[in-house]
Design a protein around this ligand. Structure first.
Ligand code: AMP
Ligand code: MG
Length: 354
């Protein structure tokens, strides 16, 4: 056989192999950002301690996703509590001095302060000394003594933060954590980048913190699953268009103490302990992901009754809430948007009227 013929046969075999693995796997070979087909591009990455996946259709989706990836990395490096080079780390090791921060960091802190005020301190970004005390930052979980909690609570209180334009000053010992809002905030920024690049349909998933642009490419609404608590699978689905859905659940990060009790990562800033509000999980649906993220944490702390009052007062969002008595509540706006999963079809869905 001639050399040319051998080369031609090798090339044909290789082409058939690539053709055989099909379109979706091709993405693996093409690596990361290039459009796969019909203007669809995806990225999968690990950042902010979570798996991130963004899928975009139309426009310059490959180019847009490159920008998205570097923006996520940039914001992660600014807002990480553990990275010694981050702005938040610098702010948290300020020893009482004023610190200059970038305007995007000032903006997310300002937003967190507004939400802290609006939720009467259920959301409080100064909760960090308490979160570390329980070991949620490192994974070295422990139940702190009541003296330790008492001591650390002295440093908790969002009104202790002085923020003037792009300068922040915290009293010594006060530390902040953007963990309750950062993913939502970043989700909105990612959606803006995609919008600006002409993307008309996209699914942004930052570790379960979800935002969609438009409808699915086929014109249908996006059906987003709400995770079943303490097991695999879904409790139900919500249909959304151009919106976000964010869940705070007590099963997300938790441990069992030596006393046999379960402790979770969402804290009541008044007690310095995991919020025992009777809520297992609450998912918030709204236009802005940062609002959904802030509220999922805050409503979890508030409990069903206060969450309902808050919703009636502000009303620019909806929620799905599961209690520890296995009761499910949805707000009126979701009546035709929420469906229970098959496995939960016998569950009663209580609709909260306006
Ligand atoms: P999320 O998963 O959005 O509910 O946010 C929970 C994370 O926010 C925790 O892992 C803590 O880092 C932080 N956190 C816990 N409790 C609060 C609270 N009451 N206010 C603000 N941040 C909190
Ligand atoms: Mg949150």
């Amino acid at each position: 056989m001639s050399k040319e013929l051998k080369i031609l046969i090798s090339f044909m075999v290789f082409s058939l192999f690539l053709w055989g693995i099909g379109n979706s796997s091709m993405a693996f070979f093409i690596k990361n950002h290039k459009p796969i087909d019909d203007g669809k591009s995806s990225i999968n990455m690990f950042a902010m301690d979570t798996y991130i996946s963004v899928t975009a259709y139309g426009g310059q989706s490959g180019v847009a996703l490159k920008k998205v990836e570097s923006k996520i990395r940039e914001l992660e490096s600014l807002w990480s509590v553990t990275n010694v080079k981050s702005e938040i780390y610098t702010v948290n090791h300020h020893e009482g001095r004023a610190v200059s921060i970038s305007s995007i960091t000032a903006q997310i802190i300002r937003f967190s302060l507004q939400m802290a005020e609006q939720t009467s301190g259920a959301l409080d970004l100064t909760i960090y000394p308490i979160v570390t005390s329980w070991g949620f930052t490192t994974g070295n979980y422990k139940v702190p003594s009541s003296e330790e909690i008492e001591q650390r609570l002295k440093y908790v209180g969002y009104e202790k933060i002085k923020l003037q334009e792009d300068k922040i000053q915290l009293p010594e010992g006060v530390q902040i954590d953007l963990g309750a809002v950062a993913k939502g905030y970043i989700c909105d920024i990612v959606a803006d980048i995609l919008h600006d690049d002409g993307i008309t349909s996209a699914l942004i998933d930052l570790g379960g913190n979800i935002k969609v642009i438009g409808t699915k490419p086929n014109g249908n609404e996006w059906k987003i699953g709400i995770k079943a608590p303490e097991r695999d699978g879904y409790l139900g689905t919500v249909e959304i268009v151009d919106s976000s859905i964010v869940t705070s659940g007590r099963y997300e990060r938790c441990f069992r103490g030596a006393d046999g009790k379960q402790y979770w990562h969402i804290m009541n800033p008044r007690t310095g302990k995991p919020a025992e509000s009777g809520i297992v999980s609450v998912s918030v649906i709204g236009k802005e992901s940062k609002l959904c993220d802030a509220l999922s944490t805050a409503l979890f702390v508030m409990g069903l009754e206060k969450a309902t009052q808050y919703w009636r007062k502000y009303g620019d969002f909806e929620f799905v809430l599961l209690t520890d008595r296995n009761e499910l509540y949805i707000t009126a706006g979701l009546e035709n948007k929420f469906s229970l999963h098959e496995d939960y079809r016998t569950m009663q869905v209580n609709i909260i009227p306006k």
